[in-house]
Structures are given as structure tokens and as C-alpha cells.
Design a protein around this ligand. Sequence first.
Ligand SMILES: [Zn+2]
Length: 383
Amino acid sequence: MKIAITAWTAFTPLDVIDHAVVIVEDGRIVAAGSREAIDIPSGAHFIELGECILAPGFIDIHIHGGAGHDVMAASRDGLARFERSLTNYGVTSYCPTTVTAPLDATCKSLAWLAESSRSPRDASRARPVGMHLEGPFISHAKRGVHPPDKLLAPTPELFDKLWEAAEGNVSVMTIAPELPGALATIKAAAEKNVCVSLGHSNATHAETNAGIAAGGRHATHTFNAMRPLDHREPGILGAVLSNDSVTADMIVDGIHVHPDVVKLFLRAKGIDKAVLITDAISATGMGDGKFRLGGLEVEVKGDRCEHNGVLAGSVLTLDRAVRNVQQFAELSLQQAVRLATLNPARALGRDDLGIIAPGAGADFVVLSPQGEVQRTILGDFIE
Ligand SMILES: [Zn+2]
């Protein structure tokens, strides 16, 4: 059956379509345009959204959990609760993200996530689009709260072990390019089309450029857990901010990075290379208290998550990140939406996500003109 979704405006997000109509069949977009330009098939079922903005569903490529669930924990109920909570924030796709843990525990979590990604789901649950390995291949100097005794020197063999445990469902790997063995490991991951993301790193400018030459193409929570910018040794920040072939993400919660640095980041990367992430942990949506991040205990007070006084993830949601970046960097809502849709999809190398165009998956978020989530629609389940 063909479905015609009508809205006041659609952000594709490259273009704005006024009086928009999007035709969907079998979970895919078959046509999108203005009411004047689109022939609505006879017998189509209508979803009329009224005075709203239709945009591609949000994609979070760095998230550890939410609604009380940590993605490394093997709980079916917890995972379902977490994935349902994501749709409240407009997220339709996400990369479950591991933190450094004993290698066997990480492999077990990856195997469980691979298995559970095949379990039946419904219209109320966001779907995983490959895992993000955050650790163990990160720098001791810039480990944040990752446990120091569990960090490992990267090798292609260790990467293969993680890849196999995840049954090949690895979309992103964060790695510090200066570590011995990093360049060969980056090459091995890039050959499998993993988005190799440089981060948790104390790399010099030259070490970072070597990582980019080996296949690194993205940067993880830019500014956080990175060697600070120095004007004579610009380090990893100078390299990733000035290289137009590198995309980069940021936690725009107003805590991890100062609003003016968010603005600078957008000026450096432009609205086509900047990506919003949450780095959210199990505590998201749960209020203050003590929560898990992998094997760590994290204390949450307001919007701050800390482990022994060090920032440990966030309780940010992607819809808030969109509204924050709009304000901090003085963007339009259309531009801000791009940072949570098309740009993360491109960072993952997915041209079927994050865009309203024929052939793309029919995942949508419906926003108010102020960017508040009104509704989330998952393509496979439209009725
Ligand atoms: Zn993280």
C-alpha cells in the first residue's frame, strides 16, 4: 500500500519543501515534493501532519544507553525500554556504543548486541545500525573514565576478534592514532568500511595526519579527551578541524564544550561535516542518582554525569542537541537538523538514511517550528 504523508514543511534536510508530500511504499520513500509537484497515487492512505515540520529521523552514532539500560548489559527488557525511549527524542537509528571493559566482557556484549539486533521489533523502537567500539584502543593520557588497566594496544588481530564477536556489525571505531599498531589497525577497519574515528587521543598533528592517511575519516567528541589546541603544535584538534575530508562530532549539551567553542567548531567544519552525538548513558531520562556506564558507576546531578569527578558521558538527548546547536552556533532549524540526520548518515557511509529522497528509508521525525519532537515514524511500520 502507498502512503502519502503531508506536512506544512519538510526539511530533506538539504532543501526546504513547503506544502510537502512524501509518498512511501514498503518502508521506502518513492517520491517527495510539493503538493503541486507530486501526483498522489489513487487509493493512497494519508497521514496528514498539519502545521509541522517533517524531517528524516535522527541518527545517534555515539550512545551508551538510556532509560536505565546500559547497552553492554544483556537485558532484553532493558534494551526494548531504551530503544522505545529514543523515539521520544526523534531518534530512529543509533549505534550502540561500548566502553572499555575486559576484552572477553566486550566480546560478550558485542555478541549479545548482534544477536538482539535480529530480534523482532515494532514501530515504537529505534533500530541499531551497527555498533560503535569506544575503546579499548585509546590513549592512556586521554582515557577519560575508561579503566586504565583494560586499555589495549591496537592490532589488526584484536580488531578482527571484536569484529567477529559483533558478527561484522561494527559501524564506528574510536581509536587514538598515535598508539603503536594503530595505523595497521585503522587500515584493517577502514577496509571493512568501518567509520574510523580519531579520538581519546594525545596525538600530535603529524600523528593525526598519519591516522587520516591510513583511513581515519571522523573525529570522536571533538575537544573532549583530546590534546588541547596549541598554535605551534596544533595536534589532533588542529588536524581534524582544518582537514576538509574529515567529519567530526561533538556533544552539544553546554557542559562538555563551551557554546562559543561549539560556534567555532561549526565555522571550522561547516554544516556539511559536523555531526551531533549525545554520548548519553543509562541515566538519561532517569533524574539524579547513581547509574552504570559499562562497568563503572556514574553519579548524575542535573545535566552532569561524573565518575570520581571526571565527566562520564551525558544525559543529553539528540533533540535537545539540535536545539542547543541552533542557539549556540546561530543556525537555522533546517541546518541544525542536518547535523543529526544527513551528516551522521554520511559519516557512516549510508546513503539510504538521514535524507528525504526517493530510495531512502522512510524514517521521520515530526517537529514543531521550535524543534520540539511531536512524533517519530519508523518506515517499516507505517500504517
Ligand atoms: Zn562515549
